[in-house]
Design a protein around this ligand. Structure first.
Ligand code: XMP
Length: 326
């Protein structure tokens, strides 16, 4: 549309002004925001942008492959993949506080980026140019909720706003800073990104790390990844992807309850389904999913994921609840 074309043109111009003849890197998370931010910057500075995909080990099933295949196929962008899952897990060991998790994940992200930037610069070789700019897909609601807006309380430090280390070596480029999610999607369409990317449901930067209530471990991640994949598959099969804004699946890793399966007593963990409807994530309502769909999700998760013996539904709106549990 005319307005979106204007936003694209204006942002492209601004990005060119800010970056000049420099180089930039952009972290891809698999989500819409970073993909659209990257595509905008690529439009502005071409192959002086290198995208970095940090596999932090907190992704859902299949997400790493999606970034490595779909996005690159759509844009032809330079992609540099960093496997940092061991570092993230080590840094998160013993950590249970949500804000501590976010800060640690944010810090590790930046470290991984800095490492990647050095590698990219080294690859660029004799040119002697350095990568000075870091592109982030920060949206207006992220800015507001992290206290960056005017007169708002600090609710959660979103990892892409708060939690940056003091020795940050990049200047930030945030072309989506004044946009809401629906506008970002329109910009993505305007830029010709495929609909699987543009209409992907939101997923937080800290990933499954903030959907495990309690310490994040490799084993807990594996359990949650399976449960989440089942829920997503059934939501898609149930035809509710267009009406549900997102549906976090949350593992209550420190909670156990008694169950019975076959002839045996079980003592397993619950997962929470948190399906919500929303316009922009600032407010949300719990989604009234069909009971049959909820039943299929519950049956499959408890049958297929041995450690989970209970599935519960979150029926809280935002406010007072936030969408994520941490
Ligand atoms: P809350 O839980 O604050 O979430 O109601 C609002 C929206 O933001 C997503 N979210 C994040 N996205 N980095 C992100 O990029 C983060 O640290 C983060 N925390 C929450 C959440 O999934 C929801 O869509």
């Amino acid at each position: 549309s005319w307005t979106m074309l204007n936003i694209v043109e204006e942002q492209t111009e601004r990005i060119r002004e800010q970056i000049g003849g420099g180089r930039a890197i952009c972290g891809l998370s698999g989500g819409v925001d970073s993909a659209v931010a990257a595509a905008l910057v690529q439009r502005a500075i071409g192959d002086r942008l290198t995208c970095v995909f940090v596999d932090h080990g907190l992704l859902r099933k299949g997400e790493a492959e999606q970034v490595e295949q779909d996005f690159v196929a759509a844009t032809g962008v330079n992609l540099h993949v960093v496997d940092a899952s061991q570092e993230f897990l080590a840094a998160l060991e013993g950590v249970t506080d949500p804000e501590d998790k976010r800060k640690i994940i944010g810090r590790e992200f930046i470290r991984a980026f800095e490492r990647a930037a050095r590698e990219i610069t080294a690859d660029a070789g004799a040119h002697g140019e350095s990568t000075e700019f870091l592109v982030q897909g920060t949206l207006y609601p992220d800015v507001v909720e992290s206290g960056g807006g005017t007169g708002t309380a600090n609710i959660k430090s979103h990892h892409n706003v708060g939690g940056l280390p003091d020795d940050l070596k990049f200047q930030l480029v945030e072309p989506l800073r004044w946009l809401f999610k629906d506008e970002v999607r329109k910009v993505g369409e305007e830029l010709g990104l495929p609909s699987e990317i543009v209409w992907r449901q939101p997923f937080p930067g800290p990933g499954l790390g903030i959907r495990i209530i309690g310490e994040v471990t490799a084993q807990r991640l594996a359990i949650l990844r399976e449960a989440d994949a089942i829920a997503r598959a059934e939501l898609t099969a149930g035809g509710v992807d267009q009406t549900v804004w997102q549906c976090p699946v949350v593992l209550l890793a420190d909670v156990r309850s008694v169950g019975v399966q076959g002839d045996g007593r079980t003592y397993g963990h619950p997962v929470v389904l948190r399906p919500v409807t929303s316009e922009d994530a600032m407010t949300a309502d719990w989604a009234r999913l069909p009971y049959d769909l909820l039943a299929r999700i519950s049956t499959r998760i408890t049958n297929e994921v041995r450690e989970i013996n209970r599935v519960v539904l979150d029926v809280t709106s935002k406010p007072p609840g936030t969408i994520e549990w941490e």
